[in-house]
Design a protein around this ligand. Structure first.
Ligand code: MN
Length: 493
């Protein structure tokens, strides 16, 4: 049960997960709480698919409230999912608006604030401490399996924090963690990710890499952590952006068992080391062949050889809440997509000020594959610049696959309106730009040589620009029918 003494009624006062949930509980239809016993093995995700996961989860699904499961079968801990599974709720939690979210992240990036370290005695995440070997992850924390084909139970909102073994620069990133034993986790890094580069350095030195895994966090921390290069290059501590979002430093605490720091206000922290040279097959205990549902909506393949984390301690709050994401859906879209929007806006704005009005990393691409750009052509000399903006967006985020360009009178957050533009302001043969043979994010299954003769290897894609803007010299023919402005209140009272 939520402790109502921590009741939070203003978004600006959110400091952790439970103040965020307390805040949501004051707003209609944003937090659903159930006492019905739920099995973390596939049932919890099955429930949330219907309540609020959203596309690309297979229909039937919808965008809905976050959901707190107070009674998880076999465990004392509660589980919450879907905290960021609506753009409207994400905006509420950041004290922003649906349209302004990427601009809020950019403000935070420009006003970044470094984290501070607080004493262990003041860190809520260390109220209860379990040391190895007197702990069994499998019994202590209700890690969900999202489908019956998952390789095992996963922590998939674990915020890893580690430091470069040489430069001591810090990085925070979410990586999927499969529970492989009482004190063992496997960790999957997409190639190139920053903490993996720290791990490779440590391995070359023959050393383990100490890490913390913080779970159940202020939503601002999760969002900031999802920035990627070039906006946040290697060595850039994304927690400084979270500090910028909240306009106060994020508080860290020294771990109790390893030389690492964790988020002091986390619900749960797993402390451990990534072991050099050791690897594990992700589905070693289940042999399902699959990992878990990935952001494009398909089951990911189990990885053959993943790095291993040896857990040294687990610390948590009194009555901790495990936070989870079920895989694909609106929550992934917001986590991945809003930082992507900020990155695209920043680079295009720096290149051609005042033309790009807004950008939306659409749910259909999980926040990564599809972006809709709203572009204003102010003169005939702006004709063609919209396509340059699209090329710049590809440079801002290398995993983008499709870009839809629309004019300023189209609502980029209304897919009906975007498809209207694609229907009435687009001719396939002249409005489509193909850029074949470019590397993209590896999880799109259409990116295979069997699918297309222009694809030479897995992960290569044909990036495409759909230019649904009106050619500037034809703009008079494309005025939308205008209706008069009315005082609606009179008709609703
Ligand atoms: Mn990074």
């Amino acid at each position: 049960m939520l402790d109502l003494q921590t009741r939070c009624t203003l978004a600006k006062d959110i400091v952790d997960l439970r103040s965020a949930l307390s805040y949501l509980s004051t707003i209609p239809n944003q937090l659903l709480t159930t006492r019905e016993p739920v099995d973390p093995h596939a049932e919890l995700a099955g429930v949330y698919k219907l309540i609020g996961a959203g596309i690309p989860v297979a229909p039937p699904t919808r965008i809905g409230p976050a959901m707190l499961f107070e009674n998880v079968k076999g465990y004392d801990m509660q589980v919450v999912t879907g905290v960021l599974a609506s753009r409207e709720r994400t905006a509420l939690l950041l004290n922003s608006s649906v349209e302004r979210l990427p601009f809020e992240l950019l403000r935070a990036l420009n006003q970044a604030i470094a984290p501070v370290v607080i004493p262990q005695s003041q860190a809520p995440c260390q109220q209860v401490i379990h040391h190895s070997p007197d702990l069994d992850l499998r019994k202590l924390i209700p890690a969900p399996t999202n489908t019956l084909q998952d390789a095992g139970p996963y922590f998939n909102l674990g915020l890893l924090r580690a430091e470069d073994p040489e430069t001591k620069e810090a990085d925070v990133t979410i990586h999927r963690l499969c529970v492989q034993g009482p004190d063992l986790l496997s960790v999957y890094f997409v190639p190139g990710r920053h903490i993996d580069q720290f791990r490779i350095k440590a391995e070359r030195l023959g050393k383990p890499l100490p890490i913390s895994i913080s779970m159940g966090l202020d939503p601002a921390v999760y969002l900031a952590a999802c920035f990627e290069p070039p906006t946040t290059p290697l060595g850039f501590d994304e927690l400084t952006i979270a500090g910028g979002l909240r306009q106060r430093p994020i508080e860290l605490v020294d771990c109790v068992s390893v030389a690492a720091k964790a988020i002091a206000h986390a619900e749960i922290v797993i402390e451990g080391e990534i072991l050099p040279q050791e690897r594990i097959r992700e589905d070693i205990h289940t042999n399902t062949g699959y990992a878990m549902p990935e952001f494009p909506g398909y089951l990911g393949k189990a990885q053959a050889a993943l790095p291993i984390i040896r857990v040294k301690a687990v610390t948590h709050r009194h009555k901790p809440i495990l936070q989870t994401i079920i895989g694909p859906g609106e929550e992934h879209t917001n986590l991945a997509g809003i930082p992507t929007e900020a990155s695209i806006f920043r680079l295009v704005e720096n290149s051609m000020p005042g033309r790009l009005l807004n950008v939306y990393a659409h749910s259909a691409g999980g926040g990564k594959y599809l972006a809709i750009l709203q572009f204003r052509k102010s003169s005939i000399r702006d004709e063609g610049r919209q396509r340059q903006a699209a090329l710049t967006a590809f440079a801002a985020f290398s995993e983008l696959k499709h870009i839809i360009l629309v004019d300023e009178d189209v609502n980029i957050f209304d897919t009906n309106d975007v498809l209207w533009a694609m229907t009435t302001r687009y001719q396939g043969d002249v409005s489509t730009i193909f850029i074949p043979g470019v590397r993209c994010h590896p999880l799109d299954p259409s990116q295979s040589p069997e699918f297309s003769p222009s694809i030479t290897a897995e992960g290569i894609s044909c990036k495409t620009i759909f230019d649904c803007t009106v050619p500037y010299h034809l703009r008079d023919k494309f005025q939308r029918a205008e209706f008069i402005e009315v005082d609606l209140a009179r008709f609703l009272s």
